[in-house]
Write a new protein. Structure first.
Lengths: 292, 276
């Protein structure tokens, strides 16, 4: 009897043990390890030669121009992606929100890039954005517009990467906004119609406030997601030309073999930024956003 | 508003929607078209839209540019192993979190949520060093075991399990069913939609993954398809777009076929994954 009760006591712990082991080993412990590495001048070949240097790595981060360059690139990229995606997906979603077979079909089409590997997306756009033979410049020339150097000039490279990310991500956000729009009760619109409210007014005063929780949610996951941008940059530009598209994660990636301590410290900075964004999200979620 | 006016409006709306659709679908058609062109055709101006004679040989050329059977085998092994391990780890954990009361449950569950928020882009350096330390850096394991606990999956499945009425579980216990039987005969069959959603989401994200394998591999024997295709630019030269696009088609087609057949499920999976 006692043995059976003891078994029952331990059973839930046994059941969650593998999952918790995975989380501890591959998420929690690595975070601690990352913090530890960030305080060292770490020698990969000969661990005995690693030296504790306190916060020197962090001091170095904040005194280096290339870090600020990658940070500002990441911020510009994030702002560009977030603003463009939010505006465009809102417009498209409002437009596709009526339940019809054709609208669902268009939504599925817009969503397609989201299920395809970023490697493929990046390669296709790299080819489309080729300055001499690419399809995009052909279209621009056919329309009588000046061609662009796209990814090959430091002026347009970051914008081009933003464009590709917006193109890939938009379908997902359209889906979420459409779902939000369809969940608004029609009776609210009927009441507005009785009051002879204009379409624009209905949008500003009813639709937008009603979907603000979802918009806010989108804003946050997009911001956090954009701060982690790497794949597009790696495949399309390699951080170039002239560091014009070097982003935080790419910066960490580049330093990961030559200077592990420094790269880890940058990783800690990235983690702090993400933690801050998540924290702000939860704080604001409980306050600002209008729920009905 | 007159009828004629309405009809023009409707047609215009259809045309514009089709235009948007084209913006999102055209790059894929362009990829397929290029993959079937000759080198000369890719250089032509205006660009070739439909190749004169489909060049199937491009696929042979692309696939012989590297050990592609190995890459494909690795991609399949990695993706299927991750899904299998995740399900095995996830089901009992979600069951315990949903149906048991035990000390420390809330703290432990908040660790799951925490894990959900920490991205691989933060942890990759320490995890790589661990893998090297354990002496498994040259195997496929570093691309599999770090994903054994799917925090999103545990979270979603727990929600599902909680909706299964307590009475059903109690009735089964009175019939002397073991906890394992309850999981296998009640919980799992009743939450098939959730399990399918989680498995599909895992499949798409790990088949497409580029960042993690890039960090964890340094030899052809353990590389997945995504890396192999991305490397075509180095092995085939940057201007051989017809070969690069052929390789790209090989990478995209399996996902597009899966998407074609379960687009509803996949869309649902992605929408769920966002709702934390």
């Amino acid at each position: 009897m006692d043995k059976k009760r003891l078994g029952e006591l331990f059973r839930p712990y046994l059941m969650i043990a593998p999952a918790m082991a995975g989380i501890c080993l591959f998420v929690l412990y690595p975070i601690i390890f990352l913090g530890y590495l960030s305080l060292y001048d770490y020698n990969l070949m000969n661990k005995a030669k690693s030296k504790f240097i306190g916060f020197e790595n962090f001091a170095e981060i904040f005194s280096r121009g290339d870090f600020y360059k990658s940070l500002s690139n990441t911020v510009i990229y994030t702002a560009g992606v977030v603003v463009l995606t939010l505006l465009l997906s809102l417009v498209i979603a409002v437009w596709l929100s009526k339940k019809s077979k054709f609208n669902v079909f268009v939504q599925a089409g817009i969503f397609t890039p989201h299920v395809v590997s970023i490697v493929s997306i990046a390669l296709v756009w790299l080819w489309m954005m080729e300055p001499n033979l690419g399809f995009l410049n052909y279209v621009l020339k056919a329309l009588g517009l000046p061609p662009s150097q796209w990814l090959q000039s430091s002026e347009s490279a970051l914008m081009s990467v933003i464009l590709v990310s917006v193109w890939q991500g938009i379908g997902y956000y359209v889906l979420i906004i459409v779902a939000a729009l369809q969940s608004i009760s029609p009776s609210i619109y009927e009441a507005a119609a009785l009051d002879n409210a204009s379409k624009l007014k209905v949008f500003w005063k009813i639709t937008l406030p009603m979907i603000s929780p979802q918009l806010f949610f989108i804003l946050v996951i997009m911001t956090i997601g954009s701060f982690k941008v790497f794949d597009t940059v790696k495949v399309m530009t390699g951080g170039g030309p002239n560091n014009a598209t070097n982003t935080l994660v790419y910066y960490i990636f580049e330093n990961r073999t030559t200077n592990i301590g420094y790269a880890s410290a940058t990783g800690v900075v990235l983690m702090m930024i993400i933690a801050l964004l998540t924290f702000v999200y939860f704080r604001l979620l409980s306050r600002r956003v209008h729920y009905q | 508003m007159s009828k004629a006016f309405q009809y023009t409006g409707l047609t215009l709306s259809y045309l514009l929607k089709t235009a948007i659709l084209i913006i999102f679908v055209f790059p894929f058609l362009w990829m397929i078209s290029t993959s079937l062109q000759t080198y000369r055709e890719t250089l032509s101006y205006p660009p070739t839209l439909i190749p004169a004679l489909p060049q199937w040989i491009n696929f042979v050329d692309a696939m012989s540019a590297g050990p592609f059977p190995t890459y494909a085998k690795n991609s399949i092994t990695i993706t299927l192993s991750i899904i299998a391990i995740q399900l095995l780890v996830m089901i009992p954990a979600a069951y315990a979190f949903a149906k048991y009361r035990f000390a420390g449950k809330n703290v432990l569950f908040s660790l799951v949520l925490l894990a959900f928020m920490i991205p691989g882009q933060v942890t990759f350096i320490p995890v790589y060093l661990m893998m090297a330390d354990w002496g498994i850096a040259k195997t496929l394991l570093p691309q599999i075991i770090p994903f054994m606990s799917n925090a999103f999956g545990i979270f979603l499945l727990r929600q599902y399990f909680m909706q299964i009425p307590e009475e059903i579980v109690e009735a089964a216990r009175l019939d002397n069913a073991s906890e394992f039987t309850i999981m296998r005969k009640i919980m799992v069959p009743m939450s098939m939609p959730a399990l399918a959603t989680i498995a599909l989401f895992s499949f798409v994200s790990h088949w497409n993954d580029y960042f993690w394998p890039l960090i964890m591999t340094d030899s052809a024997a353990i590389r997945p398809l995504t890396l192999g295709i991305a490397m075509l630019r180095e092995t085939e030269g940057i201007s051989n777009w017809h070969i690069i696009m052929a390789g790209n088609v090989v990478l995209v087609i399996p996902i597009l076929v899966v998407y074609l057949f379960c687009s509803k499920q996949i869309v649902k999976a992605f929408v769920y994954s966002g709702i934390k």
